[in-house]
Ligand binder design. Structure first.
Ligand SMILES: Nc1ncnc2c1ncn2[C@@H]1O[C@H](COP(=O)(O)OP(=O)(O)OP(=O)(O)O)[C@@H](O)[C@H]1O
Ligand SMILES: [Mg+2]
Length: 256
């Protein structure tokens, strides 16, 4: 069966920094994969490499069976740090609607009724409809994060890549978003980078731990050993309602 996502032996370097070392990963259609790991472990790099923003020095990336550079369908992406030019005088509704501009091929096409309907539904679900006329420049950090998620969802992508999408959100908003993601996951493959494992353990289907190397991939049964290999530093972790604190020291760094 064609996998939604397949990485084979993917190595990424930034000049002399090795960010990903021979990563192998696959995600079936409608997987909900959480990627965890320490700061600098390569999580954002992994998503950027899947998107083709970063080019690996070796390896292969396939999305629904196609080389990632050949894959022309929309991929939903919410970056960790938005480079969104906040000074640009554009409203929340404009930003969400822009998610409907598939592939960015026709930026000046007029929106159709369907585009307004889909964007409107997503804004309702994320409870940002009341903000729709507001310039994005005046949004709070959490509001902007919801708007960027709404834009990603408006594209109705088959693959959704989320880089800490709930980092600035209050716990009620987080829960709402996880419920929305659960619904969307019925027909969308989701790769979610998060440090918020406690909140998501009942939503995700698989988990990968990344610290240059991808140490583990499978069902979210997280053993101390896996966490130790991945983090090698103090981590508070609550998996399946059982709090762990793992305090062992670092292993060696992966080399490219
Ligand atoms: N544009 C860049 N140029 C040079 N080095 C980079 C660049 N982006 C990332 N790096 C380096 O690559 C490594 C992986 O960074 P990355 O941002 O992928 O980590 P991360 O797992 O997303 O971390 P965090 O949890 O802090 O978001 C780090 O050592 C980082 O310093
Ligand atoms: Mg990151």
């Amino acid at each position: 069966m064609t996998q939604a996502l397949e990485l084979k032996n993917v190595t990424v370097k930034y000049n002399r920094t090795c960010a990903l070392s021979a990563v192998n990963l696959s995600a079936a259609e409608n997987d909900f994969l959480a990627v965890i790991g320490p700061n600098g472990g390569g999580k954002s790099t992994l998503l950027k490499t899947i998107l083709g923003i970063v080019t690996p020095v070796q390896g292969e990336i396939k999305i629904f069976g196609k080389n990632n550079s050949q894959y022309k369908e929309p991929i939903g992406y919410v970056p960790q740090f938005s480079s969104f030019r906040r000074a640009f005088p554009i409203t929340v509704e404009d930003v969400v609607l822009s998610g409907r501009l598939k592939g960015g091929g026709r930026p000046f096409r007029r929106y159709e009724k369907n585009d307004y309907r889909i964007s409107g539904d997503i804004m309702d679900k994320l409870q940002i409809t009341q903000l729709r006329r507001k310039p994005v420049v005046r949004l709070s950090g959490g509001q902007l994060q919801k708007v960027l998620l709404a834009r990603a969802l408006a594209a109705e992508p088959r693959l959704l890549l989320l880089d800490e999408p709930t980092a600035s959100l209050d716990s009620e908003a987080k829960n709402r978003i996880y419920e929305i993601l659960k619904q969307i996951n019925q027909h969308t493959t989701i790769i979610l980078v998060t440090h918020d494992l406690a909140a998501i353990s009942s939503y995700i289907k698989n988990i990968a731990c990344l610290n240059k190397k991808l140490y583990y991939h499978g069902e979210p049964e997280i053993s101390e050993d896996i966490i130790h290999k991945t983090f090698g530093c103090p981590v508070d972790l609550i998996a399946h309602g059982v709090p762990h604190r793992v305090l062992r020291s670092h292993g060696g760094d992966a080399t490219c």
